[in-house]
Design a protein around this ligand. Structure first.
Ligand SMILES: [Zn+2]
Length: 62
């Protein structure tokens, strides 16, 4: 599934997670995807993954 960069955030793309996505993850080995702050914190532990807040959710990610 493809999504335009300007799409409004929906739900977290991690499996078994239905919280609202608030962070865009830039993952070198897969497509960018939107996740919730909790999943983002776990995923950025992996090297090379960069997280940035989605528009309108700047307060959800430091
Ligand atoms: Zn999540």
């Amino acid at each position: 599934m493809t999504a335009d960069a300007g799409d409004p955030p929906s739900t977290c793309t991690e499996s078994d997670c239905e919280r609202q996505a608030a962070v865009r993850l830039r993952v070198p080995w897969e497509a960018d995807h939107a996740v919730c702050p909790a999943c983002a914190r776990a995923l950025v532990q992996r090297g090379g993954v960069v997280a940035e807040p989605l528009p309108g959710h700047e307060d959800a990610w430091p």
